[in-house]
Design a protein around this ligand. Structure first.
Ligand SMILES: NC(=O)c1ccc[n+]([C@@H]2O[C@H](COP(=O)([O-])OP(=O)(O)OC[C@H]3O[C@@H](n4cnc5c(N)ncnc54)[C@H](OP(=O)(O)O)[C@@H]3O)[C@@H](O)[C@H]2O)c1
Length: 320
């Protein structure tokens, strides 16, 4: 039986690296993984991981791919020897944290270029074939920052909201093509990048004091709720296995109560007040709204990480 061909972007570290290894080392040996890297010189950890996990020969191949460059995307596509990609994972991404006025236009542009336009380039390159074949899936790494505005993450959240709109719009369109859109969201992890972008001195003293509080809050959240990539990649496998993948998958539901505030009060006031309290005023467990509350029963709305799907996987899923 033909192997499922998977192309994953951003495989130098984090989710991309771990997902590539998880699939390449899968006992079913049913995946051929193209692990794409912006900088091919950064592939050392991937091959070390492949050796450590005993990935069988031919299960993993690296490709240079800078998602901001459509030429690079086209070259990566042409390098796939099977002539098709069954599963595209748009995972490459950048973060940016800090007061908006302290961030350079260049830093903001880079986040939007990588996170939003990078995914657009990939979808433009790979979706037409999937639609023609009525086969394939696209998984887009999501974030809690795509479900709710988070202070000091304005540009990052803008990029993640854009990805939500991109994936949801495509999901609606793709139904008759047997193409499914899904987004695999994760909460937080201390990333290698995405630290304060810019000079804090550009921000007024009150904003700087709030930023200090935000950093303390983040530290606390990282301690309590951060998930490692190994744990997060299981959500991608769930999206791959689903006979009819949902629009969104979550690696944890701990943050959904706050996100639900946005749906329950369409004016947005309730969410804004609750999030402000949560980040700047409350200790976790102090009795207020905490995203760590157990989720309440909800909605008819499906909230979860994202992936875009097309293809034969629609009704049976992949048995990886
Ligand atoms: N960390 C979090 O808390 C968090 C939370 C929610 C969602 N996410 C999302 O999860 C995804 C993976 O993040 P991670 O946590 O695994 O972080 P990570 O370890 O920093 O991985 C990000 C990957 O994206 C790659 N990348 C950056 N710019 C690129 C470009 N122009 N072309 C191709 N690849 C590029 C990086 O490559 P280089 O090493 O070459 O730069 C790296 O391999 C991102 O989309 C991120 O937005 C992260």
């Amino acid at each position: 039986m033909a192997r499922t061909v998977v192309l994953i972007t951003g495989c130098s570290s984090g989710i991309g690296l771990h997902l590539a290894l998880r699939l390449a080392a899968h006992p079913s040996r049913s995946f051929k993984v193209y692990a794409a890297l912006r900088d091919p010189a950064a592939q050392g950890p991937l091959w070390e991981g492949a050796r450590a996990r005993g990935c069988p020969p031919g299960s993993l191949q690296t490709l240079p791919l800078d998602v901001t460059d459509p030429g690079s995307v086209a070259a990566a596509k042409a390098a796939v020897s099977e002539g098709r990609v069954d599963v595209l994972v748009c995972n490459a991404g950048r973060g940016l944290v800090g007061p908006l006025e302290a961030q350079t236009t260049g830093a903001a542009r880079q986040v939007l270029d990588v996170n939003v336009l990078g995914s657009v380039h990939l979808l433009q390159a790979f979706l037409p074939d999937m639609k023609r074949r009525r086969a394939g899936r696209v998984l887009v790494t999501g974030s809690i920052g795509g479900l709710q505005g988070i202070p000091f993450n304005a540009v990052y959240c803008a990029s993640q909201f854009a990805l939500e709109g991109l994936c949801e719009s495509l999901a609606v369109l793709l139904l008759p093509f047997d193409v499914h859109a899904a987004r695999c969201a994760r909460p937080c992890r201390r990333s290698r990048r995405g630290g304060p972008g810019g000079v804090l001195g550009d921000a007024d003293p009150e904003t700087r004091a709030l930023f200090a509080r935000y950093l303390q809050h983040s530290e606390r959240l990282f301690r309590e709720a951060a998930q490692e990539p190994e744990e997060v990649v299981e959500v991608f496998l769930a999206a791959l296995r689903a006979p009819r993948p949902a629009l969104r998958y979550y690696s944890t539901e701990r943050f959904l109560p706050l996100a639900r505030q946005r749906l329950e009060d369409p004016s947005g006031s309730r969410y804004v007040a609750a999030m402000h309290r949560f980040v700047f005023e409350e200790e976790p467990g102090a009795g207020g709204l905490s995203p760590l509350e157990p989720p309440r029963p909800t909605p008819s709305v499906s909230l979860g990480p994202w992936s875009l799907f097309s293809g034969p996987g629609r009704d049976r899923g992949w048995k990886g």
